[in-house]
Design a protein around this ligand. Structure first.
Ligand code: DX5
Ligand code: ZN
Length: 221
C-alpha cells in the first residue's frame, strides 16, 4: 500500500493560504490535514467550516479534518457539508462515539477516531470495526511544533498487530512531531498516514520537504 502524507495547514501562513494550498498539490501531498480547535477541548482556537469551505473550492486534494472540539456530534455535519473527505473525532469529545462514527460513514465520509497520548488503544478497541482510520496523537493536541512522544510507538505497533489479527481495514495515522528525521522509523512501526505541520511549513523548502518525507515514509529500511 502506498503511504500518505497529510501536511497540516496549522503551521502555514494564514495570510498566504492560497499559494500554500496550491503548493501542496504540486508537491505531491496526498491529503490536507485541517486542525479544528475550539479553545475548550484544547487550549487553542483555529477555524471552522467557513475556512474549510474556502479550501475545498481551491483544491481537489482530499481534506482530512481533525476535530478537537467538545460535543463534536452537534456540529460535525457542518464540516462534512463544507467539504471534509475524512473526519476524525476524539472519543472523549462525543457522547456516543460509535454512533458518531456511523453517522460520518453514512454521509460517505471516512470516519476516524483519535487517541490522545494518555488514551490507550484498549479504550477504543471496540470502536475499531467502525473506523476507516485511527489517528494516534504523538503530541498533546492543541499546538504545532512539539516533539514526537515515543509513547505513540507502542500504540502504532498494537494497532497494526490488532488489524492483522482481526482482519480489519482501518488505516493508522500519526499526528505530531513528524519530521524527515523520524518519519522512516515511524513508518516501519506500521503507520500509514503521516501528518506534518511545522516540518513542512517551517522548512526553507516546503515542497522539497514533502518530496523527501514521501520518499522516506515509503522506503523499506
Ligand atoms: C496538534 C495538531 C497537529 C499539528 C501537528 O494538535 O493535531 O495536526 O498540526 O503539528 P506538527 O507536525 O508541527 O507537530
Ligand atoms: Zn491534527
Amino acid at each position: 500500500m502506498k503511504k500518505m502524507l497529510a501536511p497540516s495547514i496549522l503551521s502555514a501562513d494564514f495570510m498566504n493560504l492560497e499559494p500554500a494550498i496550491r503548493m501542496l498539490k504540486t508537491a505531491g501531498a496526498d491529503l490536507i490535514h485541517c486542525d479544528v480547535m475550539d479553545g475548550h477541548f484544547v487550549p487553542n482556537l483555529t477555524f471552522g467550516p467557513p475556512l474549510i469551505r474556502q479550501i475545498r473550492k481551491l483544491t481537489g486534494l482530499p481534506l482530512d479534518v481533525h476535530l478537537m472540539i467538545t460535543n463534536a456530534e452537534d456540529t460535525m455535519d457542518q464540516y462534512i457539508d463544507a467539504g471534509a473527505d475524512w473526519l476524525s473525532i476524539h472519543a472523549e469529545a462525543v457522547r456516543d462515539p460509535r454512533k458518531a462514527l456511523e453517522r460520518i460513514r453514512n454521509r460517505k465520509v471516512r470516519a476516524g477516531i483519535v487517541i490522545k497520548p494518555k488514551t490507550s488503544v484498549a479504550a477504543i478497541r471496540e470502536l475499531l470495526p467502525f473506523c476507516d482510520y485511527v489517528l494516534v496523537m504523538s503530541v498533546e493536541p492543541g499546538f504545532g511544533g512539539q516533539s514526537y512522544l515515543a509513547s505513540a510507538d507502542d500504540k502504532i505497533r498494537e494497532l497494526a498487530a490488532w488489524k492483522r489479527e482481526e482482519r480489519l481495514d482501518y488505516l493508522i495515522e500519526v499526528d505530531g512531531g513528524i519530521n524527515p528525521e523520524n518519519i522512516a522509523a515511524v513508518s516501519e512501526r506500521g503507520a500509514e498516514v503521516f501528518v506534518a505541520g511545522s516540518a513542512v511549513f517551517h522548512a526553507q523548502d516546503p515542497a522539497g520537504t514533502i518530496k523527501i518525507m514521501k520518499d522516506l515514509m515509503n522506503a523499506k529500511g
